[in-house]
Design a protein around this ligand. Structure first.
Ligand SMILES: CC(C)(COP(=O)(O)OP(=O)(O)OC[C@H]1O[C@@H](n2cnc3c(N)ncnc32)[C@H](O)[C@@H]1OP(=O)(O)O)[C@@H](O)C(=O)NCCC(=O)NCCS
Length: 93
């Protein structure tokens, strides 16, 4: 969670991309998945830009501002990670 004044400057995208970079190139995971509340547009957009794709919806699984909402399942696989990677250059040097 970023402080409200820190949101919307690309930090969420960058942090998510670094997480995938670590997952795929340090821990060698094949895939990573997450759940996000469907109305969380900023989150979903940041995760998509970092390399996640929507895998499906869990209908009426969550609450957003007191209202029932869907949860979105998103996944990312190592073979589709476009980076940029800060880890790979360190491994090859
Ligand atoms: C979700 C979160 C981590 C995203 O981080 P961020 O730094 O704000 O996201 P980014 O700036 O990297 O990207 C968000 C994108 O959504 C857009 N966006 C931001 N707020 C938006 C909103 N309320 N509605 C629509 N789009 C929005 C931004 O413009 C940006 O798109 P762009 O690069 O095309 O301009 C951050 O907003 C946050 O901490 N939210 C509260 C906690 C939370 O929801 N955590 C995630 C739980 S799964």
């Amino acid at each position: 969670m970023l402080a409200p004044e820190a949101r919307g400057h690309g930090l969420g995208t960058q942090a998510t991309r670094l997480t995938l970079d670590y997952a795929f190139h340090i821990t060698n995971l094949r895939m990573v998945w997450l759940k996000v509340l469907a109305p969380n547009t900023a989150g979903i957009w940041a995760y998509e830009k970092a390399g996640f794709r929507t895998a499906g919806d869990l209908r009426e699984a969550g609450y957003w501002l007191g209202q029932t909402c869907d949860e979105v399942i998103m996944d990312a696989v190592a073979g589709e990670f476009e980076g940029p990677s800060v880890v790979k250059p360190l491994l090859t040097s």
